[in-house]
Design a protein around this ligand. Structure first.
Ligand code: C2E
Ligand code: MG
Ligand code: MG
Ligand code: MG
Length: 288
């Protein structure tokens, strides 16, 4: 039988599951069901050029349109996808859907897809990416995979192999939440990173806290010095946008430019999303 990490992690104790274990199992079961019954959605948030707010692309962000609990953000359910098989099923769904969606956008626009560390290290990951591109017709240059520093920290040989296969194919890599982990420098050194995304916890204080400002300035300079694209995440107001532009950051994402929003599709989204700024191409605006 194939080694299955999920089995190995089930520990034998008194045989009685705690409340949190029961919740975890229930959530996992529900999430499997959500995949099969088409309850998952991708929302898209614009990424813009700071100079003139030109639209450059979108980041795909997963949501769960839960039948009773409403629209759930990833924080409410992604941790439940602890089982390897579920992680890769979810990851494959996201990747395929994002490529299919992006293939319908104007040719200049790129799509960013978040990849979990565990999925990246799975056998067959690179093939999944190239299949998703081939099936959708999306040119590889229009796909950017976002990984976090922890992914790089645990960079196993399998991860490095998958990374070089996808980057050889023309897909680019972004280092997400840049500055929040302990291994950013190692990640930049070891992986063919194309873009760094400065975490929004820093951006939030950049105008008001001199020490955060110095830190962000350092992160921007580090990225630019290495010839990378630098995206500031979580820009909520124009003071933050001005500051970042003045300090050399060329790209941004945040509520100031547009919130994550659904593309129109056959499945109605019941939750009302506040649409601000640029909306994804083809977004249906309901006139009242
Ligand atoms: P992330 O990749 O760093 O995504 C940015 C998060 O910041 C998103 O939260 C986005 O909605 C939020 N955000 C963007 N602009 C602003 C702003 O101006 N202000 C504030 N307060 N927040 C802003 P979201 O969608 O809840 O996603 C949270 C995290 O979940 C993501 O962080 C990413 O790590 C993970 N995630 C999302 N979708 C996927 C997915 O499809 N696969 C995987 N593996 N992880 C995902
Ligand atoms: Mg991201
Ligand atoms: Mg981030
Ligand atoms: Mg984040």
């Amino acid at each position: 039988a194939k080694a299955d990490g999920s089995r190995a992690r089930i520990e034998v104790h008194d045989g009685v599951l705690s409340d949190s274990e029961v919740d975890q199992l229930q959530l996992e079961t529900d999430l499997r069901h959500a995949l099969d019954s088409d309850e998952l959605r991708l929302f898209y948030q614009p990424i813009v050029a700071l100079a003139d707010e030109t639209l450059l692309g979108y980041e795909a962000l997963i949501r769960w349109q839960h039948p009773t609990r409403g629209l759930l953000p990833p924080a409410a359910f992604m941790a439940a996808a602890e089982d390897n098989r579920l992680t890769s099923k979810l990851g494959a769904w996201v990747l395929r859907r994002a490529c299919v969606d992006a293939a319908t956008w104007p040719a200049g626009l790129r799509v960013h897809v978040n990849i979990s560390a565990r999925h990246l290290a799975e056998p067959g990951f690179a093939e999944l990416v190239t299949d998703a591109l081939a099936e959708s017709g999306l040119p590889p240059e229009r796909l950017e995979l976002e990984i976090t520093e922890s992914t790089a920290l645990f960079a196993a040989e399998a991860t490095l192999q998958a990374v070089s296969e996808v980057t050889d194919a023309g897909v680019t890599l972004a280092l997400d939440d840049f500055g929040t982990g302990y291994s950013a420098i190692t990640a930049l050194h070891r992986l063919p990173i194309h873009t760094v995304k400065i975490d929004r916890t820093f951006v939030a204080d950049v105008v008001t806290e001199p020490s955060t400002a110095a830190l962000v300035q350092g992160l921007v300079q580090l990225g630019l010095g290495m010839g990378l694209q630098v995206i500031a995440e979580g820009i909520e107001d124009l003071d933050q946008a001005d500051w970042l532009r003045e300090h050399g950051c060329e790209m941004a994402q945040g509520y100031a430019f547009g919130r994550p929003a659904p593309l129109p599709g056959p499945a109605p989204t019941t939750e009302d999303v506040e649409l601000a700024g640029t909306m994804p191409p083809g977004t249906v605006t309901v006139e009242d």
